[in-house]
Design a protein around this ligand. Sequence first.
Ligand SMILES: CC(C)(COP(=O)(O)OP(=O)(O)OC[C@H]1O[C@@H](n2cnc3c(N)ncnc32)[C@H](O)[C@@H]1OP(=O)(O)O)[C@@H](O)C(=O)NCCC(=O)NCCS
Length: 177
Amino acid sequence: MIAISDPPSILTEHDAGDVADLYARCTDYFMLQDGEPATLADAIDMFRDVPDEKSSADQTIMGWRGENGLIAVGVILRDYPSDRVWYLGFMIVDSAARGQGIGRTIYDMIEQWAAAHGAQEIRLAVLEANEAAERFWRSLGYRELRRVGPDTFKSRSHHRVELYRLLGSNLTVPPAQ
Ligand SMILES: CC(C)(COP(=O)(O)OP(=O)(O)OC[C@H]1O[C@@H](n2cnc3c(N)ncnc32)[C@H](O)[C@@H]1OP(=O)(O)O)[C@@H](O)C(=O)NCCC(=O)NCCS
């Protein structure tokens, strides 16, 4: 079992090659999302792709490394779509390392870090077709906010389920949108 105990590194665009290598070990996910494997350009996009009203400086990309490179990555955007709501844009674990608790461990680190920096709620969107990930998020206390889409992802089209979790509370009442 791979131990994820150290704090993450903060990744920058200089790490895009390592992200592309991780993506290449996660072809299952990109086939589901895009219908094709990810490219280096997709890895670079992860660092640049933020909503129009935000900048890359509003986004933090955390990476966890093992002997063979990156094991996992998490991307979080501050104060989007509103103040104190943070958006977990993406999280991925090397497909060979899944089902060992790494996803939960790194999510906990991201959530604690976000809460310590002022987040009161985290939102994310999961592809409707990604049932395993939706189960994962719901097992962590995420609840449905709304369904969005369809949106185009390369050669695929997806509806997504937007999920939210209020931090420091067991409330499950959806916040005002
Ligand atoms: C979703 C994802 C991040 C979860 O990461 P993970 O490391 O597999 O997650 P965990 O191991 O913490 O938990 C997954 C499952 O393994 C189980 N598990 C936890 N610890 C375990 C252990 N020590 N041994 C075996 N199984 C374990 C969990 O109970 C969980 O089961 P569930 O399916 O009933 O929820 C990962 O599957 C992934 O990268 N998927 C592809 C990308 C993706 O879908 N990202 C999310 C986009 S919204």
